[in-house]
Design a binder for this molecule. Structure first.
Ligand code: FE2
Length: 369
């Protein structure tokens, strides 16, 4: 059966930030991205400054507004630094836009074709949760560095800059209480995604709080977008804390794949990245739960890496602290050894670790009734 909404890959993730130049320096240092392109005053763009950073198959665009009435400045004012655009490469942007609209998507940007000496780039945008836009990018007729208006901009590229991140494994959204199924339907109806997994509040709960999650996957099974909503608990859940500080729904975390999580996390820690800490007791029964990691338990414990197993294999994962002032967006590093899940065996210890951080921020408070 033909995929009615073919998607080639996640083309890029665009963040709107308060200061793109400084954010670019942080992402290059902490995650080993290298700068590939720039658009700003020097290239004739009067409204915004953007830096394009790449690492393996991952491409980030960091954009800040040069005036308060720009979309990027308004976004950063409302939400803090965060994900404004999840861009998907499609074979035909206008057709994908029409298909999504026919199934109820609200347009954010009509199809446009931009052109320079490197060819034509076509794109369009539809609205997703909160102020997030899904941009549809058609780039098979474009050979430039990123998009018309951008100029190549390379920094020095020392060999050891790379920390080993290879691709985006999944992109997770937090939405409001009662809204998860609305966004599940949005991905199913507009873009032909299917529900891969779901976790109810029994599966994802601690003494204090709970959340629910459904994982949506595209027709080709390459792109996975989990969606969380808070569930009622005794105290404010991590999703509710995010919604308060982000000012509504949005991207909660992006998971990066690596082929060697021990090397990746060692390098990231050496560069000062702060991860969620795991109690030593977590590792006591880990070799029993995930026998394959037995010989490596010591190094995993030293680095704070979690492990989980499913019927297809096992995985190793770790979560950073939020990377901006507001307790909103964070990152995951994941190494899959066959496993196709999301580390459900770690949910409880992970959420307890998040709640310890929430408590330090004064945000693990009684739930409003
Ligand atoms: Fe994740």
């Amino acid at each position: 059966m033909a995929d009615r909404f073919p998607i080639r890959r996640i083309d890029h993730i665009e963040f709107h930030v308060g200061n793109a130049r400084q954010a670019a320096a942080f992402y290059q240092h902490a995650f080993g991205f290298r700068m590939t392109a720039y658009r700003g005053l020097e290239t004739g763009c009067r409204e915004t400054t953007s830096y394009v950073l790449e690492c393996g198959a991952i491409r980030f665009v960091l954009t800040s507004g040069l005036a308060p009435d720009t979309a990027a400045a308004r976004f950063a004012h409302a939400h803090g630094d965060g994900v404004a655009v999840v861009a998907l490469e499609v074979p035909d942007a206008a057709r994908a836009f029409a298909e999504a609209q026919r199934h109820g998507a609200v347009g954010a940007a009509d199809p446009v074709e931009e052109q320079d000496e490197y060819g034509r780039l076509r794109s369009a945008g539809i609205r997703a949760y909160g102020d997030t836009v899904i941009r549809l990018v058609e780039r098979q007729d474009y050979a430039g560095v990123f998009a018309p208006g951008f100029e190549p901009r390379g920094g020095p590229e020392p060999r050891d800059a790379d920390v080993g991140l290879t691709a985006i494994d999944h992109v997770v959204a937090n939405v409001e209480l009662g809204q998860m199924d609305r966004w599940v339907r949005f991905f199913a109806e507009t873009m032909g995604f299917t529900e891969l997994l779901h976790f109810d509040d029994e599966a994802i709960s601690t003494e204090y709080s709970a959340l629910m999650s459904k994982v949506m996957q595209d027709g080709a099974g390459r792109i996975r977008f989990p969606i969380n909503e808070p569930a009622t608990g005794r105290r404010k859940s991590q999703v509710a804390e995010y919604l308060d500080y982000f000012g509504g729904p949005g991207v909660q975390h992006i998971a990066f794949a690596t082929g060697d999580i021990v090397a990746t996390v060692s390098r990231m820690r050496a560069r000062g990245m702060a991860f969620l800490s795991v109690p030593a007791a977590y590792y006591d029964d880990l070799p029993g739960r995930v026998p394959a990691i037995g010989p490596y338990t010591g190094v995993l414990a030293r680095l704070g890496i979690l492990a989980d197993r499913d019927e297809d294999g096992y995985l190793l994962q770790i979560f950073t602290q939020p990377v901006q002032d507001r307790p909103t967006v964070f990152f995951e590093v994941i190494e899959r050894r066959g496993a196709t899940g999301f580390g459900q065996g770690n949910f409880k210890s992970l959420f307890e670790a998040i709640e310890r951080e929430q408590a330090r921020r004064g945000n693990l408070v009684e739930a409003a009734s």
